[in-house]
Ligand binder design. Structure first.
Ligand SMILES: [Mg+2]
Length: 226
């Protein structure tokens, strides 16, 4: 058991509290397969048309082709992310798929909630996509388990300044925040900002040699320091 003291928890989503494969093998292929028909059906939708115009301007050409290319290149274009969020929102509402988090993560989130320890999310998925992922989840609406949500609008997950801005936004001392991620480069940035950086290794990954590491949230016990 890894004992920690913290006034807040900050969590990555993919690979940390949810299977990496859900995003890469379900959500992204779905958005890719349905983008063109979605846009075609939404000719009356102001938001969709605005995003389409933005993509056209950025690409200087066919916005659908540009967005498909950005997907293939894994480019984190805000316009693309917003459009994907809309495609996913409809898919969630239609029940095409549901979000899923690991049972040990769900149990820990419930423990922290009961103990009054606030949990926040920092993911490269847009805040909108995060909210949908938790609202339409296999375990029900999980939104009440979280307080604040951050995405790359706050800054890159690889830059320490982003973690300082998050600490400021949630009103916590950086040293009081326990940040969990499967990505060591994110942990390095968080550590530079003074956060407690903890590695979560899943699916046959090796535990970090540099950071304290857990294979499951069952292995961590957090003393809330309020
Ligand atoms: Mg991750």
């Amino acid at each position: 058991m890894l004992p920690l003291s913290a006034s807040a928890v900050l969590l990555d989503i993919e690979g940390t509290i949810s299977p990496q494969a859900f995003v890469s093998q379900v959500m992204f292929p779905y958005a890719r397969a349905h983008l063109a028909t979605f846009v075609a059906r939404k000719a009356e939708d102001e938001t969709v048309m605005r995003l389409l115009a933005e993509a056209r301007e950025q690409a200087g050409g066919d916005p659908i082709a540009a967005m498909l290319a950005w997907m293939d290149e894994d480019r984190k274009e805000p316009t693309l992310k917003a459009m994907q969020g809309l495609v996913w929102e409809e898919a969630y509402r239609d029940g095409a798929f549901k979000g899923r988090i690991f049972p040990d993560a769900l149990a820990a989130l419930r423990r922290w909630k009961a103990a009054g320890l606030p949990a926040h999310i920092y993911s490269s998925g847009s805040v909108q996509a995060q909210m949908q992922f938790f609202e339409f989840n296999e375990d029900g609406d999980l939104r009440p388990l979280f307080q604040m949500h951050f995405d790359t609008a706050t800054g890159s997950k690889l830059e320490h300044g982003s973690y300082l801005r998050i600490a400021d936004a949630i009103g916590a001392n950086p040293a009081g925040i326990a940040f969990f991620s499967d990505n060591e480069r994110e942990l390095i940035a968080a550590e530079e900002a003074g956060l407690q950086a903890l590695h979560v290794f899943r699916d046959g990954m090796a535990p970090s040699k540099r950071f304290k590491a857990i294979g499951s949230f069952d292995q961590v016990e957090i003393n809330p320091t309020g």
